[in-house]
Design a protein around this ligand. Structure first.
Ligand SMILES: NC(=O)c1ccc[n+]([C@@H]2O[C@H](COP(=O)([O-])OP(=O)(O)OC[C@H]3O[C@@H](n4cnc5c(N)ncnc54)[C@H](OP(=O)(O)O)[C@@H]3O)[C@@H](O)[C@H]2O)c1
Length: 490
């Protein structure tokens, strides 16, 4: 008698597996899958940027442009707004709205920060014409030298206490600067359960069976692996992510898990295919003990159905399409897994993160040129912009902005503080000049400031920098990295 008796193969489960992974919308597709052909990617815009960016002041002149640019670069955006109905008309449907007011701490709940990796803060005290003056909104955006202004809210509340409230929440809720959560099974979001499903050796004729289930505090990958019908693996994997994840800023994947003493595999996929090359890493578990497993991208082995593909390119970490966890009788090229036991198994997974990223700004704040000038000895007020000249009439607007900056600088957050000169509605794309010391005067378009905020998100060189910015004559591609490299650290 054979030690692996032939058992009945379950065609129904095979089809269900394909349907679960949206690999079977119709039978023609099944043929393509079995022939290993790709499906058409549904996005051509490169990788999904990791995590959510929270934009405070998203309904403002700069904020709405920041949102536009983040969406164009495949970021998920959550807009902190004071009035969701108004915000929806300004920002459209692609943005998650979160109603809150910086000056009311109770409205700033951790839900604002769920899955967030950074905040771009474009808020500002509303400045309006004094009664009797009725300029159009366009006139308002030209700047306060075109009308007699007054503040509509308290600058102390918005620019200082409000920023303090937001920074407190950010410090509590933003992830460590060099890590990024990918799957948080401890406090899972709604999509996680939809994304993961079982792929067992039934796809090759075997009879192993597994499942992944969310339980208190983790996900449980469990089942029975049978070696009958030349089978011997069970796995769970995600659907192909669209767009794929961009993990190129990081050096590897970190798993937090508790196993049963067996050796498992973690597999990443770099193609939008059902059955292409997987990039695999084997790791041992310790029975009933929580451990952290770090998988450097450079240690991943390219495999096609457990055979090493020696001439395969490295995983393109800019486009990671799927994650898979597997228990298999086999290691690679027919070698046996030395810690494999057929039968029941259980692997608890608390989280899957990316680790080893560069520290990039987590809090990008728009302040203003001139914040250090009110009351400065020897200042020629005639030459100064209206916000400096009228600081007292405007409730100490710039003074409170400076206090807000100090809150950010004294926090533990990686930050960038941008101090624009007078903002204009002009088209962007101008050459920018960065300065420190708060002496420059000039203008800069809201479009370019919005672009600058989005570029700073990606640049380690932008951390712990406070600087003024204005436009120079002429249009040019800005070399953002070079601009930041010229600046001194605070
Ligand atoms: N104008 C200039 O020449 C100039 C120069 C240098 C720097 N700046 C600064 O640059 C920044 C951006 O300017 P901008 O023209 O885009 O400003 P803006 O159009 O006036 O937008 C301000 C945004 O802040 C929001 N906001 C105000 N108070 C809030 C609160 N308590 N809670 C939550 N959100 C609040 C507003 O929301 P609502 O839509 O609900 O009002 C709005 O979305 C401001 O800080 C401004 O002071 C301006």
């Amino acid at each position: 008698m054979s030690s692996n008796p032939r058992e009945t193969w379950d065609f129904g489960r095979f089809v269900q597996t394909l349907v679960d992974f949206e690999a079977l919308p119709f039978m023609g597709c099944l043929k393509r899958i079995l022939q290993g052909q790709t499906r058409q990617p549904t996005s051509s815009s490169g990788g999904q940027n990791m995590g959510v960016i929270v934009v405070a002041g998203a309904t403002g002149g700069v904020g709405k442009r920041v949102v536009e640019r983040l969406l164009a670069q495949n970021y998920a955006v959550r807009a902190l707004v004071r009035d969701t109905n108004r915000a929806r008309t300004i920002l459209g449907d692609r943005v998650e709205l979160f109603e809150a007011d910086l000056t009311i701490p109770e409205t700033l709940t951790p839900a604002l920060m769920r899955d967030a990796i950074a905040i771009i803060c474009c808020t500002g005290t509303r400045v309006q014409p004094v009664e009797g003056d009725t300029p159009t909104r366009e006139k308002y955006y030209q700047g306060i030298k075109f009308y007699l202004p007054e503040v509509a809210d308290s600058p102390e509340a918005v620019e200082y206490q409000g920023i303090q409230n937001l920074v407190n929440l950010a410090v509590r809720c933003l992830p460590p600067a060099d890590q990024q959560m990918i799957f948080d099974f401890k406090s899972p979001n709604a999509q996680i359960a939809e994304l993961w499903g079982a792929v067992d050796d039934v796809v090759m004729g075997g009879v192993s069976e597994s499942e992944i289930r969310l339980i208190e505090g983790s996900a449980l990958f469990s089942g029975i692996v049978s070696t009958a019908n030349s089978g011997g693996f069970a796995s769970v994997r995600t659907k192909n992510l669209t767009p794929p994840l961009d993990l190129s800023q990081f050096s590897g994947i970190e798993l937090r898990l508790k196993g049963d003493g067996q050796r498992y595999k973690c597999i990443l996929r770099g193609e939008n295919k059902w059955d292409g090359i997987g990039y695999s890493y084997s790791f041992d578990t310790t029975a009933n003990q929580w451990i952290t497993v770090r998988i450097p991208f450079t240690d991943l082995v390219p495999v096609f159905r457990a055979k090493v593909v020696r001439d395969a390119p490295r995983l393109d970490t800019q486009r990671v399409y799927a994650f898979q966890l597997m228990l298999s009788k086999f290691e690679y090229d027919g070698a046996l897994n030395p810690r494999f036991n057929p039968g029941g198994f259980a692997l608890y997974i608390e989280s899957i993160k990316a680790y080893g990223g560069n520290t990039t700004p987590r809090f990008i704040h728009i302040s203003s040129a001139g914040v250090t000038r009110p009351g400065k000895p020897g200042l020629n007020l005639e030459e100064e912009p209206p916000a400096v000249r009228m600081n007292d009439q405007l409730g100490g607007l710039l003074t409170w902005k400076l206090r807000g900056e100090e809150v950010i600088r004294q926090s533990s957050l990686p930050y960038t503080i941008i101090r624009p000169c007078a903002l204009t509605e002009e088209t962007g794309g101008q050459t920018l000049r960065f300065e420190q010391g708060d002496t420059i005067r000039g203008q800069v378009s809201r479009e370019d400031i919005a672009q600058l905020c989005v570029e700073a998100l990606k640049l380690p060189e932008a951390c712990q920098r406070t600087f003024e910015v204005k436009a120079q004559p002429g249009l040019a591609e800005n070399n953002w990295k070079a601009l930041f490299q010229e600046l001194d650290r605070d």
